[in-house]
Design a binder for this molecule. Sequence first.
Ligand SMILES: Nc1nc2c([nH]c(=O)n2[C@H]2C[C@H](O)[C@@H](COP(=O)(O)OP(=O)(O)OP(=O)(O)O)O2)c(=O)[nH]1
Length: 136
Amino acid sequence: MSGQTIVVGAAIVRDGLLLTQQRAYPEAAAGRWELPGGRVEPGESEAAAVVRECQEELGVDVAVHDRVGPDVPLPGGDLVLRIHAAALVDRGIEPVAHEHRALRWIGLADLDDLDWLEPDRVLLPDLHALLAGPGR
Ligand SMILES: Nc1nc2c([nH]c(=O)n2[C@H]2C[C@H](O)[C@@H](COP(=O)(O)OP(=O)(O)OP(=O)(O)O)O2)c(=O)[nH]1
């Protein structure tokens, strides 16, 4: 749809665990959990935006895979959240929270209990399926 900006999110899975991060700002979202990511810049591909955001926020390189779940419209109407599965290029390099309060690797059993940003809750069935899927 024209006029809508895509916010990409990365569903990074390693050894059956999903990487989540806790926002530090703005105040209304501080303390809530989300997936790494951010706005796609003009002229930038979604995959390139996922890679850039993971470098900026986590200091790691990721390989970008298939989409996960539906587009989720964000409050305000101008932004839509779109998640891609991703994997650490080097599994031995631990992500670091450069812009967030904390990082946590979450397993299936804890997925629903995390204090997610509201839009991300729409994606929980798809994140469950991703973690339960083959090769994870
Ligand atoms: N990155 C990310 N943003 C999310 C998620 N869920 C969700 O509602 N959002 C919202 C929060 C923000 O309103 C918007 C993206 O903002 P952002 O702060 O991550 O990215 P940005 O590129 O706009 O901002 P910035 O990094 O320049 O500060 O999407 C999610 O899982 N990941």
